[in-house]
Design a binder for this molecule. Sequence first.
Ligand SMILES: Cc1cc2nc3c(=O)[nH]c(=O)nc-3n(C[C@H](O)[C@H](O)[C@H](O)COP(=O)(O)O)c2cc1C
Length: 206
Amino acid sequence: MNIDPAEHSSTDNYKLLTNIVVPRPVAWVTSANADGVVNLAPFSFFNAVGSDPLIVMISVAHHDDGTLKDTGRNILANGEFVVNMVTAGLMAAMNVSAADFPAGESELHASGLHESPSVHVKVPRVAESLASMECRLHSTQDFGNYTLIFGEVVMFHVADHLVGDKLRIHGFNPVGRMGSPAYYCRTDDRFEVPRTTYAKWKNEQD
Ligand SMILES: Cc1cc2nc3c(=O)[nH]c(=O)nc-3n(C[C@H](O)[C@H](O)[C@H](O)COP(=O)(O)O)c2cc1C
């Protein structure tokens, strides 16, 4: 079936895109407003997009009145945020943090979570998260209803028991976001496919 997005509403196109591009990692972002109130919200338009410099991106939607969600406003105002990763035990808290809390009320405390101080940025990380990345705002790109925010990772925090030899991460299974409205997947069912070369592949054809 061909589905031409030009013939469909933005709601339907959102549904198509977010049910096809799956699973998406979830950035659970801490940011802070001018009064230092810590804001926490999940973003699944999220990924790592470069490693030198280390760049991650989140895409923050605007409200119907055109204003940016609190996370976006905070990051643009003070240039800092932390991406905390979500594992299965944190799903209930993650879900609460996505609710439409008023701007001055911290989702982090309402979710029963705790703050841990960051090293290079003022915004704290979520103590319960097994992996977090302190980020400084690198650049932004506006398109339509979204502001794409690029952050440079200036510090990694990873639970000791996950870090193996040569900084290999073992046993880390963050959840993935599946289709709308509210499906997720676990990521502990993994398999290895060693990389090949053209010469090796060619040899195997004969
Ligand atoms: C799993 C999940 C992923 C989400 N991903 C995004 C996203 O990528 N972009 C976005 O603007 N909102 C996203 N949302 C909705 C925001 O988390 C929600 O609007 C939140 O209230 C924003 O909080 P804030 O205003 O404190 O920044 C997501 C919600 C959930 C539950």
